[in-house]
Design a protein around this ligand. Structure first.
Ligand SMILES: *[C@@H]1O[C@H](CO)[C@@H](O)[C@H](O)[C@H]1NC(C)=O
Ligand SMILES: *[C@@H]1O[C@H](CO)[C@@H](O)[C@H](O)[C@H]1NC(C)=O
Length: 319
């Protein structure tokens, strides 16, 4: 049978040249015939290295863009994404009161002066609200952060100011927050806004006209010897109508008639506690509803009753 030259040719061509060298390890590392090193020529190696250099450069660039975009969140999870003007709450903090009535739509603090069953609800509410203030020393991470702040010694970064619950006396748990004596204590709190710095009314010669006179007098008295006390977010509570003004009686503010300036700005430090003002209604008239409005005073606190900015309203009724 004559040989098919085409087939022969084909066979020769397809004969794997590499099979001859199969098993020859040294040729794998360096092939003197082709100049290949580890199975690739210098040119091939050059291309592949160049490819990976570009590939990782692009990958690295993308990663850097991500890092820059989300820098704050990556580095400090305590910094909120929406800050100040960009936040929904805006720059003006609201004022809140405790204890809160059981019905969220109500703002009436009502009880019978002598009956424990009647004021127990309010007492429990306050105990619950003030729990964090009592617990601070025992809470891990919070206790060691506490700094003994003063008007001339604001806390160093990362530290938080102590809130001395003893300074609220007689508005303390052991004294039933004075509810049992028909002279209840209401606590006021300014909502936290990250990074917000109050602009104090600290020029006693130039207090705003609509600030109640008793507060103006109090500020002048308090700052007479130490001007540092003026750096406070002032607080005032008044009866709304002339009748309410009469019925509310003497109001005391503990420990100060305001939130000391060294508590601000709030930077979400571990263990931060909002300062509170205990408003002690020393001898309110019993047997009638007293409408009370409390205001917080700083140049950059908006006053808007409808939006509930810088002001809080509640009623007290002691039978
Ligand atoms: C008054 O308050 C402003 C901040 O609102 C502060 O910069 C200034 O130093 C304060 N003045 C005094 C006398 O403490
Ligand atoms: C301010 O001081 C005067 C006298 O020093 C005192 O009569 C007055 O009651 C004080 N007012 C307040 C609100 O503390």
């Amino acid at each position: 049978m004559p040989r098919n030259p085409k087939l022969e040719e084909f066979e020769i061509e397809t004969k794997p040249t590499r099979s001859i060298r199969r098993g020859n390890v040294s040729n794998f590392f360096y092939d003197s015939n082709t100049g290949a090193f580890l199975g690739r020529t210098a040119e091939s190696w050059g291309k592949i290295i160049l490819f990976y250099i570009i590939f990782y450069a692009v990958l690295g660039a993308l990663f850097m863009i991500c890092m820059v975009t989300f820098k704050e969140q990556f580095i400090n999870p305590r910094v909120p994404r929406l800050q100040q003007d960009r936040g929904l709450i805006g720059t003006s903090p609201g004022l809140g009161f405790r204890p809160l009535p059981p019905d969220v739509r109500s703002t009436l603090i009502w009880y019978k002066g002598t009956s424990y069953e009647s004021y127990k609800y309010w007492e429990d509410e306050l105990i619950e609200f003030l729990k964090v203030y009592k617990m601070k020393g025992q809470t891990a991470g919070a206790g060691q952060n506490i700094f003994n702040c003063g008007f001339r010694s604001p806390p160093p970064p990362g530290k938080v100011c102590d809130v001395d619950i003893r300074a609220w006396e007689p508005c303390i748990e052991e004294n039933h927050f004075s509810f049992h004596k028909s002279s209840p204590c209401i606590f006021l709190k300014l909502n936290r806004i990250y990074g917000w710095r109050p602009e104090f009314y600290n020029d006693t010669a130039n207090l705003p006209h609509d600030m109640p006179h008793h507060l103006q007098t109090h500020i002048r008295n308090l700052t007479q010897y130490n001007r540092d006390y003026a750096n406070m977010v002032w607080v005032s509570c008044e009866g709304e109508t002339p009748a309410d003004k009469e019925n509310i009686g003497v109001v005391r503010y503990l420990p100060y008639a305001g939130f000391p300036g060294y508590f601000y700005p709030y930077m979400n430090a571990e263990g931060y506690l909002s300062p509170l003002v205990a408003v002690h209604l020393v001898r309110p008239k019993t047997g009638r509803v007293i409408n009370i409005e409390c205001r917080a005073w700083a140049r950059n606190i908006k006053y808007d009753r409808r939006e509930k900015l810088g002001v809080v309203h509640f009623e007290v009724m002691i039978e």
